[in-house]
Design a protein around this ligand. Structure first.
Ligand code: PLP
Length: 394
């Protein structure tokens, strides 16, 4: 799968595990395998590895190790943050109102929807502009006396737009409302200092930052009210029970350390690839449009819509040519409905169905971009030729 004849441009969906990450994980499968809660040498070795990983993550986020919770994925981190705070606030009689945006990942969107449908909460969904950006003034206007949580993602998984998180966090803090951000897509590219971001809860996923699938992180600021979603042992400071997944915890800490230490150089390199891809596509393919903000976007995200096309045949042709891409959020691929992100940004239904997301990564080269630019115009032409409604309009 890693042979160079294929070009992987779906890093927003998942990344390959970094060999340096695999290397630090390996001893914790068969050599150091003790349950970290135990009282013997094996157990102490596991506990030490977890402590060290927690300290590494805390140093990067600028918080204390106690504020870090290891989970099984980004979705679980979002669930724990949102349900945990909402339920704790409800129990304390603080209120039942949540504020969010229409472009959140389903891990956030569906969690809030369920809280509203089944648990007596209400939500205000603040609008986004045509670039997918939230205006902090709209968040401020949505706040009510009974607002108990604000959730706005750091960077969008489909179009890469980067939100003014610190500004939204500042206004949440001024009103004493806990603020959660889903930083799953941003964690490899944006600074994660939780004080500078003014966040109380921040979610990270391993497999988006060159660690394996099946591990996540939730930062929870001290004193944030949070009811555990799972019940069981006292692991993770009583916030997330379950015997700790030591190799994966060690792995995600190493991965976060690597992506954050290489962030400046990699951001510059990947942004140059992204910009060449964007300029090349817009220049060579008539009827193409960039989605998301032209500059306030993740350095690895180039996403487009194409008049007169549907995404699935484009993806199929790309795949046959050895180029792996996505039509939007990986979790919604295969559904015939257009992306909720693109429709919230005001794109017409039919155009939104043509979304193509190309996300570069650590191994992407200039030659990969050349190849895409060489092949994509012909593929779009082929797909359009098979789309009768498009032929009728040209
Ligand atoms: N949040 C965002 C923005 C994502 O892109 C994803 C995954 O696509 C998730 C949350 C869920 O992360 P995980 O796959 O680790 O559950």
């Amino acid at each position: 799968m890693s042979e160079k004849s294929t070009i992987y441009l779906d890093h927003a969906a998942s990344t390959p595990t970094d060999p340096q990450v695999v290397e630090v994980m390996l001893p914790y499968f068969s050599d150091i395998y003790g349950n970290a809660s135990g009282m013997h040498k094996q157990a102490r070795a596991s506990a030490r590895a977890i402590d060290e990983a927690r300290r590494t993550v805390a140093d990067i986020l600028g918080c204390t190790p106690k504020e870090i919770v290891f989970t099984a994925c980004g979705s679980e981190s979002d669930n724990l943050a949102i349900r945990g705070v909402a339920w704790a606030q409800q129990q304390a009689g603080k209120g039942n109102h949540l504020i969010t945006t229409p472009i959140e990942h389903h891990a956030v969107e569906h969690t809030i929807d369920q809280l509203c449908d089944k648990f007596g909460f209400e939500q205000s969904v603040v609008p986004v502009d045509r670039y997918g950006l939230v205006n902090p003034d709209d968040v401020a206007a949505a706040i009510r006396p009974e607002t108990v949580l604000i959730s706005v993602m750091c960077a969008n998984n489909e179009v890469g737009s980067i939100q003014p998180v610190a500004d939204i966090g500042a206004l949440a803090r001024a009103r004493g409302i806990p603020f959660h951000t889903d930083a799953v897509q941003a964690a490899a590219y944006e600074p994660l200092d939780v004080d500078a971001l003014n966040v109380d809860l921040l979610a990270i996923s391993g497999h988006k930052i060159y660690a394996p699938k099946g591990i996540g992180i939730l930062y929870v600021r001290r004193k944030t009210p949070l009811l555990p979603v799972l019940t069981g042992g006292s692991h993770e400071n009583n916030r997330r029970p379950g015997t700790e997944n030591v190799p994966y915890i060690v792995g995600i800490a190493k991965a976060l350390e690597l992506v954050q230490s290489r962030r400046h150089a990699e951001n510059e390199r990947q942004a140059a690839l992204r910009d060449r891809l964007i300029a090349g596509v817009l220049d060579r393919i008539p009827g193409s449009q960039l989605t998301g903000h032209p500059t306030r976007r993740l350095p690895n995200n180039a996403s487009f819509v194409f008049e007169g096309c549907e995404a699935n045949p484009i993806l199929m042709h790309l795949d046959m040519a050895g180029i792996q891409a996505a039509s939007g959020s990986a979790c919604t691929s295969g559904m015939p409905e257009p992306s909720h992100v693109l429709t919230a940004m005001g794109l017409p239904h039919q155009l939104a169905l043509s979304a193509l997301r190309l996300t570069v990564g650590k191994q992407t080269t200039d030659a990969d971009i050349d190849r895409v630019l060489e092949l994509l115009p012909g593929i779009i032409e082929k797909v359009r030729a098979l789309t009768p409604t498009y032929q009728a309009t040209v």
